[in-house]
Design a protein around this ligand. Structure first.
Ligand code: 5RP
Length: 238
């Protein structure tokens, strides 16, 4: 297991949050596993605890990357439909506000992450202190779109933003190696630079109503608890 003193402050905070979240896991649970660098630390810690204590867990992963990691560490990974419903999902976030609303999708997995989170009795976010904000929006908002007609979809997104006085900032197609980034579902992602989102509920509804938009990264009223790790190993719960 990693020693907290050898880690960067951000990684030490992620480890502290991960350990606190894993303490919520009980034998026999059905778990959702998140995606991202914090989730990687959490999955490693979870696998170590499962091995040490012989826990019997069933896990659903929010991305192929997490499924591969968890399987390689000996965790039992099944599809969400095989498991049906989850007791607890533990995932990272790009931003957390005081009402536990989130921006997610920095790792491009927010579609599966939202489905898994909604299929859980409890969704717990683990994060380092840099993720805590007063108002969502400094982090770009990911919007997953179907490739068919994506320029039309971009135009409709732009019109939606303009109608909410959010239209002056760039909308960028996410790229990897100069090619459009492709999600686990074969879709593309537009990243919306908004600076601040004064009315996340209104924006979430408007984006969800655009044909071609599969899912946006606003997680509103989904998170039940945010565990914010500190570099010294302590945690703060929101
Ligand atoms: C992936 C996500 C991640 O949870 C989010 O990007 C946070 O990642 P990290 O833990 O690497 O900061 O939403 O789609």
């Amino acid at each position: 297991m990693p020693d907290q003193t050898n880690l960067s402050p951000a990684d030490a905070a992620k480890l502290a949050a991960s350990r606190a979240a894993i303490a919520l896991v009980k034998d026999g649970m059905k778990l959702g596993l998140g995606t991202g660098s914090t989730a990687v630390i959490m999955v490693r810690e979870l696998a170590a605890r499962v091995k040490a204590e012989g826990l019997n867990l069933r896990c659903a992963a929010t991305s192929q990357g997490t499924a591969d990691l968890a399987t390689s560490l000996g965790l039992t990974v099944e599809s969400l439909d095989q498991i049906g419903w989850l007791d607890l999902t533990i995932d990272g976030a790009d931003e957390v506000d005081p009402d536990l609303n989130l921006i997610k999708g920095g790792g491009g997995a927010h579609l599966r992450e939202k489905i898994v989170a909604r299929a859980s009795d409890r969704m717990v976010v683990i994060a380092d202190p840099a993720k805590v904000v007063e108002t969502l929006g400094a982090f770009h908002l990911p919007v997953e779109v179907i490739p068919f007609g994506e320029q039309v979809t971009e135009r409709l997104i732009r019109e939606t933003l303009q109608a909410q006085d959010l239209g002056k900032r760039p909308i960028l197609m996410r790229k990897r190696d100069d090619q459009p980034y492709v999600t686990d579902e074969g879709n593309h992602i537009f990243d919306l630079s908004l600076e601040a989102i004064p009315d996340p509920v209104h924006l979430a509804r408007s984006l969800a109503a655009i044909p071609g938009v599969v899912e946006h990264g606003l997680f509103l009223g989904i998170c039940d608890l945010a565990i914010i790790g500190q570099p010294d190993g302590n945690v703060i719960e929101l």
